[in-house]
Design a protein around this ligand. Structure first.
Ligand SMILES: NC(=O)c1ccc[n+]([C@@H]2O[C@H](COP(=O)([O-])OP(=O)(O)OC[C@H]3O[C@@H](n4cnc5c(N)ncnc54)[C@H](OP(=O)(O)O)[C@@H]3O)[C@@H](O)[C@H]2O)c1
Length: 248
């Protein structure tokens, strides 16, 4: 049984990915800060072997300690899904809150690096592995008021390419999935708990569901070893560009 390590499994895309990869026959390492969410997910996954790790991806020592604590049966990670991340705020750069900038750059960029760096020795030693970074349409198309979030996802795009090149000699596949609008807790986090404003982001059209992205991830990680689906943009049919959405 192969092992998948999913960051941000307590909500949204990461949670749906856990369900989809569990169905696809993986055992799972599920991570996030909200322990009770992970426990509830593990209960739902009943027959799937799971191991839970609670840590903040921004805390390098905590990341290293969590990965070092993996029991032998979960330590040889075959698939790493770097999904943990969020947007914090949406507004002009001149009014930006530096605490939001820190949260996005430390979480979306450095967190991805810390987790990858901790997991990679188990992959390079075995010359085998598959890493999927969750980027965003925002990393490929900067939109007004998206400034630092877009920059953090542009960094994910650059890092994905760099990782693919550096890990090539080790037979490690590296890919990036770039969603458009997915209805998750993403907008609630971005708008700091303003549920009405968050709901407005998904009104008047059918946004992607987390399960739609999870289907894609399950497809990618079950391709034969010589196939790397290296970069995918996945959009709701009603979305034409980052901020262009056909509303009814
Ligand atoms: N929803 C969209 O429209 C959309 C579009 C493009 C890309 N994305 C990307 O998709 C990924 C998943 O987002 P989502 O839409 O599923 O949002 P979500 O429902 O808010 O889930 C975010 C997940 O990331 C975890 N996380 C956030 N910061 C963390 C930290 N510092 N340390 C550890 N875990 C952290 C959260 O867990 P805890 O809070 O329990 O720690 C949660 O499980 C993100 O990288 C996001 O940028 C989303």
């Amino acid at each position: 049984m192969k092992t998948a390590f999913i960051t941000g499994a307590s909500s949204g895309i990461g949670r749906a990915a856990a369900v989809a990869l569990g169905k696809a026959g993986f055992k799972l390492v599920l991570t996030g800060r909200r322990r009770e969410r992970l426990e509830e997910l593990a209960r739902e996954l009943a027959d799937v072997p799971t191991h839970l790790l609670t840590f903040d991806v921004r805390d390098r020592a905590a990341v290293d300690a969590a990965v070092a604590s993996l029991p032998a049966e979960f330590a040889d990670v075959d698939v790493l899904i770097n999904n943990a991340g969020n947007a914090h705020g949406l507004g002009p750069i001149q009014q930006g809150d530096p605490a939001d900038w820190d949260a996005m750059l430390d979480g979306n960029v450095k967190g991805l690096l810390y987790v990858s760096r901790a997991i990679l020795p188990a992959m390079t030693r075995r010359n085998s592995g598959h890493i999927i970074n969750i980027g965003s349409i925002a990393g490929h198309e900067t939109y007004a008021n998206g400034n630092v979030y877009c920059a953090s996802k542009a960094a994910v795009a650059a890092l994905t390419k760099g990782m693919r090149l550096d890990l090539l000699p080790h037979h490690i596949r590296v890919a990036e999935v770039n969603p458009g609008a997915v209805e998750t807790e993403f907008s609630e986090v971005r708008f700091k708990g303003d549920t009405q404003r968050a709901a407005g982001v998904y009104q008047g059209y059918e946004a992607l569901r987390a399960e739609d992205v999870a289907d894609l991830l399950a497809f990618m990680v079950t391709r034969p070893a010589h196939v790397n689906i290296a970069e995918v943009l996945i959009l709701p049919a009603a979305q034409g560009a980052a901020t262009v959405i056909r509303k009814e």
